[in-house]
Ligand binder design. Sequence first.
Ligand code: ADP
Ligand code: ADP
Ligand code: ZN
Ligand code: ZN
Length: 841
Amino acid sequence: ARSKTNPPNFVGGGFVRVRGAREHNLKNVDLDLPRDALVVFTGVSGSGKSSLAFGTLYAEAQRRYLESVSPYARRLFHQMAVPDVDEIDGLPPAVALQQQRGSPTTRSSVGSVTTLSNLLRMLFSRAGTYPARQPHLDAEAFSPNTPAGACETCHGLGRIYDVTERSMVPDPSLSIRERAIAAWPPAWHGQNLRDIVTTLGFDIDKPWRDLPKKDRDWLLFTDEQPTVPVYAGFTPAEVKRALKRKDEPSYMGTFTGAKRYVLQTFAASESPLMKKRVQQYMLSRDCPTCGGKRLKRASLSVTFAGLDIADMARLPMQRLGEILHPYATGARSITIKNHPEKEIVAQRVAEDLCNRLGVVLDLGLGYLQLDRSTPTLSPGELQRLRLATQVRSNLFGVVYVLDEPSAGLHPADTEALLRALERLRQSGNSLFVVEHELDVIRKADWIVDVGPDAGERGGRILYSGPVAGLAQVEASATRRHLFTEATGKQRTPRAPKDWLRLAGVTRNNLHGLDAAFPLHTLTTITGVSGSGKSSLVSQALVELVAQQLGHEIPADEEESDELERAQAAATKGKIVAGMDAVKRLVRVDQKPIGRTPRSNLATYTGLFDHVRKLFAQTKLAKARRYDAGRFSFNVAKGRCETCQGEGFVMVELLFLPSVYAPCPTCHGARYNEKTLEVTYRGKNIAEVLDLTVDAAHGFFADETSIEHSLSVMREVGLGYLRLGQPATELSGGEAQRIKLATELQRAQRGSTLYVLDEPTTGLHPSDVEKLLRQLDALVEAGNTVLVVEHDMHVVANSDWVIDVGPGAGEEGGRIVATGPPAAVAASKDSRTAQYLLRALA
Ligand code: ADP
Ligand code: ADP
Ligand code: ZN
Ligand code: ZN
């Protein structure tokens, strides 16, 4: 770590000068930020940190960059991302490492994000051990995504998908009319196929199992696609007659066999829902040729250190590093007859790999495998992977803009994060970081405290300078937490009486684990990143409890990845006690509340239904016979037709991700003019959606049910959000708090099990206090709350702690310590203990 007695290094780097920044809630602020320094933006949630770091500084850097590349893209981006600021000087090019906000993830793996896969392929290509007489292969022959590498049987998927009569016709006692061929499409298209089959002369009223085998096989497996006349609505006898008379058909229809339909839809459909539907009629198994390794035999016959490349990609990176290390240092070397240069190549590539792996391990991600797909990673893990990649990218003179890089990090791993940031800075870069974690804030060269409060009551710069100076700033909420030690006031944890007991849990890195969760208490689950907290709680426990309750676990349609699902091993284990106290299961996670601008806080919480009723009851609405539906932007009558009520139109960009631009007709209002003529207390529906929760709370003060849900929203620190703020603009933490508020506004019946995953993400310490009070209230109302959490303040204030570890991946997966906070803080084996002890002091 850098010595604080030296003059700060950034003195030589000059300053970024910002004048007149007004993006979102920023109050026309001026600011000078040092370059080549670690600058941390602090302040309560909604105060304007992101508006400054991302909305102004990054947006401006990006705009300048785009200006230099493509006039076409520039035009489109101009409508989007020109920050509201008078002037910015001295701004270097910027790279944003932002946690995704509701944007769909593209499919990739840890290896591709980090570019480590490329290096590994190069290693195998140049320095692998080849069987005698096999020629050397190009690097791309080691990638399952290229024709040169992909296994011919499974086309690089690793799995074979197939259908059988049983998989497509689950109930053979049904007739075709009764939808015996369940795999066929539903609705109109299915009816169409039945009509075609009638024309073709099949009996659609006989039970499936009574049809001749020849017919059954043809209907399911043929590749023929005859086009025949269709007589819609005719009985089989009428069809026969019509065919004989050569009557004019309703239309001509084309037959598709069930197998062909299923496989084609699975391979080619753009709709995740359709894919999911047909997937249930398919069987899948590991590809027999490559054994699930996705590569050609020839590629798999090449080894390094005795392993093929697929085996290597399945190792935790920690282990991979250990294997490669001796080759990198030259302690071991490969020997290839007559090719001394190969030895050098092997050493160089291994060295590069080890250096890059080192950064990944440093950031606490050594438990991940290269072939792990990115959609299964948490946003925090993904951001740190990107960070690790940047640390080795040898860029300099760049400003990195980061969004809470400590999210998902155990305090033990935060040190490593700081080291990585320091390395980036030392290679001549600037770092602008939005962060709540006090340990990170303390290490900053410079902090910018935004506040004093959220939304309209924020947006000012309370302080800008070295950390120590903040101590003088009375108005700062950050100051209180940064400079005052823990209160010393220890609450008395509730003593657990009853337990929810799990036995023999096997999942990811958990192997036959027994675990006991106290009921009617607030329990925190701790442990380093990758130790198995989510595997135990968010995955195993949630699945087992849902099973017992007979709940379906709501699948995320958009996110579900067929390949992933097929491969994901199911949880093994069972619940042996405590289910009588659990009537309901509620997961409050960070998944977006929607993926289009159509979902927002008001629609998600149900609050909008009430608001629309109020509008429908106004005089004008009654006179015009507008019902509540008229005021929904999802219903054709009232919404703007250009954007179909989204307020935005999607703009497809060549070579760039598509973007949303404001609708040219309604300019974001979402409604048509007629609808907007109706006002309630002087505001039309679009203006109401534009109110913040805080403002709406005053506006609807006498409407009890609306007021009630708005109060809850304020209590979880969401007062600054606008009612209609699109889901696509919300962070994971905000989405999670909206879900929590929605739950809290429900009548409390008790006996509910709440499972939360790091609810403090995006929360300032002041907001964490509020959150704790809410969680406590849930327990008081007779519920059980389980929280996976790194924030030691929350852990110290819980009733019970379950510490998972001791390490990550296969070095974790056990319960290291469990008990009231004070007991776990005293544990010798727990890596959490020392940090918890400090929080309890
Ligand atoms: P912080 O990063 O400190 O949590 P933000 O910069 O995200 O705060 O938000 C500051 C204010 O700007 C809030 O009132 C928020 O609702 C508003 N805001 C954030 N994003 C947008 C957006 N895309 N459009 C309009 N207002 C926004
Ligand atoms: P934590 O929640 O403590 O960070 P996890 O439960 O996410 O830890 O991870 C524990 C181990 O299980 C890690 O080695 C991780 O790589 C692995 N793991 C977690 N989720 C998945 C998944 N969906 N697919 C494969 N491995 C997983
Ligand atoms: Zn294969
Ligand atoms: Zn519009």
